[in-house]
Ligand binder design. Structure first.
Ligand SMILES: C[S@@+](CC[C@H](N)C(=O)[O-])C[C@H]1O[C@@H](n2cnc3c(N)ncnc32)[C@H](O)[C@@H]1O
Length: 303
């Protein structure tokens, strides 16, 4: 995968809906939501970093917001901002609105449903802070989409793109069962499936993943990147452990046929609640993830 796409592998064998990208995103809602909740401290640190570039945004847009966990983190980090969550999945946006309600930010939170980047045409005002995490890589023409995002920015507005980083790790290399290096091999399968996912997007345009270069190529300036860690050492909380279990269930369902028999048996054992060596019981499970955020600004004064 080369990057962090292990959180985001591609259900090629489970294409039920002719939704955007042919994936049933709403079926992924519980995992997307649990994952983003676990990662919220990372997003809050990222928002604090962004607030140095954009201290008082009037309008924040989260493009490809999914269930809106990050959009709500942004709403809390920028109490003076209106936040718009845009996504192709109505059910995920419904969750986003419910979350905003629960958190007491609904009065300045709204959603736009539609295919990106075209759905951005529904925005009435220029955007001061435009956030897109792990969504751009689902769009067929990433450069054109970035150009469309940049087009919506207010003068001096900031575009923040979360793409890449490192594959997350949940277990040591040698876990005492199976062949050492399981997660590295899972990562290799994910890399292949990620490439296939992109190739299968209708109208896919090949693009080198030089994110700062792409931000510059669409007319933004000052492009820079910073990586944020989620570092949850063992022993894990129940929530974090449940997340790791969900990730391995996802591997079993979606990657299983690409793993060899011995790795698949190890994954099965890791998921067996009656086995002391499973993820449900073992003491050495941790979460170490690194997400990279690339930012750049629109010019002042040329509009
Ligand atoms: C991996 S999720 C990321 C969710 C959230 N940004 C996060 O970081 O947790 C990708 C999101 O992009 C949305 N998406 C994918 N392709 C899209 C498209 N063509 N138009 C609109 N939304 C799209 C999906 O519905 C999904 O919510």
């Amino acid at each position: 995968m080369g990057h962090q796409h292990d959180h985001d592998t591609h259900e090629r064998n489970h294409l039920h809906h002719h939704d955007h990208g042919d994936r049933d995103w709403s079926a992924m809602a519980p995992r997307l939501e649990a994952e983003a909740e676990l990662f919220s401290p990372l997003y809050a640190r990222a928002a604090a970093w962004l607030s140095k570039r954009q201290p008082h945004p009037g309008l924040v847009v989260d493009a490809g917001s999914g269930p809106g966990v990050v959009a709500c983190v942004l709403a809390e980090a920028f109490p003076g901002a209106r936040v718009v969550a845009a996504d192709g999945s109505g059910p995920l946006l419904e969750r986003a609105r419910a979350r905003a309600e629960r958190l007491g930010v609904a009065d300045r939170f709204s959603t736009v449903e539609g295919d990106l980047p075209d759905a951005l045409g529904d925005l009435d005002y220029p955007v001061d802070l435009f956030w897109a995490s792990r969504s751009l890589h689902h769009l067929a023409d990433q450069r054109a989409a970035l150009a469309a995002f940049a087009e919506r920015l207010a003068p001096g507005g900031t575009l923040a793109l979360l793409e890449g980083g490192l594959p997350a790790r949940y277990l040591p290399r040698d876990i005492g069962i199976g062949r050492p290096g399981l997660q590295a091999r899972i990562g290799a399968v994910e890399a292949e499936l990620f490439t296939a996912m992109r190739a299968e997007l209708p109208g896919a345009v090949a693009e080198t993943e030089d994110w700062p270069g792409l931000l510059t190529s669409v007319g933004l300036h000052g492009a820079t990147s910073r990586t944020f860690l989620l570092d949850l050492p063992a022993p894990l909380s129940d929530e974090a452990r449940a997340f790791v279990v969900a990730m391995f269930e996802h591997y079993r369902e979606n990657l299983g046929e690409h793993l060899d028999a011995s790795d698949l048996a190890t994954v099965e054992q890791l998921l067996d609640p009656d086995d002391e060596a499973s993820l449900h019981h073992r003491p050495d499970v941790f979460v170490l993830a690194a997400h990279t955020i690339h930012v750049a600004e629109a010019e002042f004064g040329n509009r």
